[in-house]
Write a protein that binds this ligand. Structure first.
Ligand code: SAH
Ligand code: ZN
Ligand code: ZN
Ligand code: ZN
Ligand code: ZN
Length: 461
């Protein structure tokens, strides 16, 4: 059982309809006493039509947007029998990873004692194998001679879970990862809470073990449990960032709390790169809880400060993020990825990445590399893309995508270079757009003709 039957609900597939767009679903959030799926407490949703709540509220999995990954469903007012509750608990237990984190740590200790010739990694099970287990995996593909270097970069060893909507792992290109780390160091941070940034975590851990004077530490919070094979319990917590759920319970929560506690001025920054299809409101609510955790660690308080954050997300989510975090600003830096051809740097002739850094740090402190074409705007007091011209009328550098935007006097704002003012629509649009008033635009990009779930700008696929 998956907690209920979607097929007879007659409500369609919540997993593909999320977001409060026209005729979509609204997230009501984490309700006290919510039922749980294998991914922790489920989130409460309601169907909407023209912005109005419509119909029965229901619970669905917080983490999985694809029903194939988790089909949990329950009406808010549904009476669930004792038998079904017990069956559900059993189901949730069964759907936890085979080995515990503790067992994986033990296995790792044994693994590194093996000579190179006996170090195997099963590619099908995505698991380090001990010799006694070879037999069981004999008809699986495996890698041999796993070196210490390979163990130190698990993000290269594990395949990225990009086929699944649920995980959507897009790994930073080296250049972007190095840039982030250098920025963090230059800003004087000593601890990085890496939420869904395994590659950043990995270069920090790797440097820390190799360079004696490297002082930065990282704690990885991620839903991808495969990482527990490579990191100790104070280096990795199995965590769901859509419902702030620690799979390891109070002990894991305590690990995180301890990490956030800054002794002798070791400043903490949180860096996160969530799946883009994710629910901004659910993420924001979890991040606020992590911020609160940070705040509580210091009894005297941080003089009304917020935990510093880098939230890495596409620029077209700017207004959504600012809704929840008014103190954030968006940096022009384009974050590049390894396994996404479209999101590599524009300078090499490929498309430009739409992914940016949102931060609550003072923008002028975020120094962007001049050799990659960024410059400092003295009026805006921040680094901007070279193509981002300061508009005298808006009095700011208005481009969001790195291209030079142009000011429209009628719209009283800067618009994309490819847009023209349309007198019919009374706003700027593409030359070949069809004039019609549509207020049912996509929730993500604002364009008409599709919904958030099929938005082409989200096709990190
Ligand atoms: N660019 C980053 C990876 C970002 S991909 C890097 O190179 O380090 C998104 C990450 O978020 C993945 O590691 C994925 O496992 C994780 N993730 C996806 N859903 C999550 C969830 N519900 N809770 C926590 N982490 C999640
Ligand atoms: Zn689930
Ligand atoms: Zn196997
Ligand atoms: Zn302007
Ligand atoms: Zn215009």
């Amino acid at each position: 059982e998956g907690g209920g039957n979607m097929a007879d609900s007659g409500e369609g597939d919540p997993g593909s309809l999320r977001g409060p767009g026209a005729g979509g679903l609204a997230l009501l959030g984490l309700a006290p006493g919510a039922p749980s799926c294998p991914h922790g407490p489920a989130l409460l949703f309601v169907k909407t039509s023209q912005g109005q709540e419509e119909g029965r509220r229901f619970y669905a999995c917080s983490a999985c947007r694809d029903r194939k990954d988790c089909n949990f469903f329950q009406w808010e007012d549904e009476k669930v029998s004792e038998t079904r509750l017990a069956a559900r608990e059993e189901y949730n237990r069964k759907h936890q990873p085979f080995f515990t984190h503790k067992q994986n740590v033990e296995r790792y200790k044994n693994f590194v004692l093996l000579p190179l010739s006996k170090r195997r990694f099963c590619q099908e099970c995505q698991q380090l194998l001990l010799p006694a287990e070879w037999e069981k995996h004999s008809d699986h593909q495996f890698l041999c001679d796993i070196s210490t270097a390979q163990l130190k970069s698990p993000s290269q060893l594990l395949y990225p879970l990009e086929n699944k909507k649920t995980n959507a792992q897009y790994l930073f290109a080296d250049r972007s990862c190095q840039f982030l780390l250098n920025l963090i160091i230059d800003l004087g941070f000593r601890r990085v809470l890496s939420v869904g940034t395994p590659r950043l975590h990995e270069i920090i851990q790797s440097k820390a073990s190799q360079e004696e004077d490297f002082r930065v530490r990282s704690l990885l919070l991620d839903i991808d449990f495969r990482y527990s094979q490579f990191y100790a319990e104070d280096e990795f917590c199995h965590y769901n960032m859509f419902n702030h759920y620690f799979f390891g319970g109070e002990a894991a929560r305590e690990t995180c709390r301890k990490f956030l506690y800054q002794d002798n001025g070791e400043r903490v920054i949180m860096v996160t790169d969530p799946p883009f299809g994710g629910l901004v409101e659910a993420l924001a609510s979890s991040f606020k809880k992590l911020m609160a955790m940070w705040k509580e660690t210091e009894k005297k308080g941080h003089n009304n400060q917020e935990m510093p954050i880098f939230w890495i997300f596409p620029y077209f989510f700017e207004s959504r993020i600012l809704e929840f975090f008014p103190s954030f600003s968006m940096m022009d830096y384009q974050v590049d990825y390894d396994n996404h051809a479209l999101y590599k740097h524009g300078k090499t002739g490929r498309r430009q990445s739409p992914v940016r850094i949102f931060t609550n740090l003072t923008p002028s402190m975020i120094v962007l590399p001049e050799e990659e074409g960024y410059r400092f705007c003295a009026i805006c007091q921040r680094y901007v893309s070279s193509g981002n011209q300061h508009c005298e009328i808006c009095n700011s550098c208005t481009s969001k995508d790195g291209r030079r935007w142009k000011h429209c006097v009628l719209c009283k704002k800067c618009v994309k270079p490819s847009w023209f003012h349309c007198n019919n629509c009374n706003c700027c649009a593409l030359q070949n757009h069809t004039c019609e008033k549509t207020d049912a635009g996509c929730f993500v990009c604002g364009k008409a003709g599709h919904k958030r779930s099929t938005c082409p700008s989200l096709s990190r696929p």
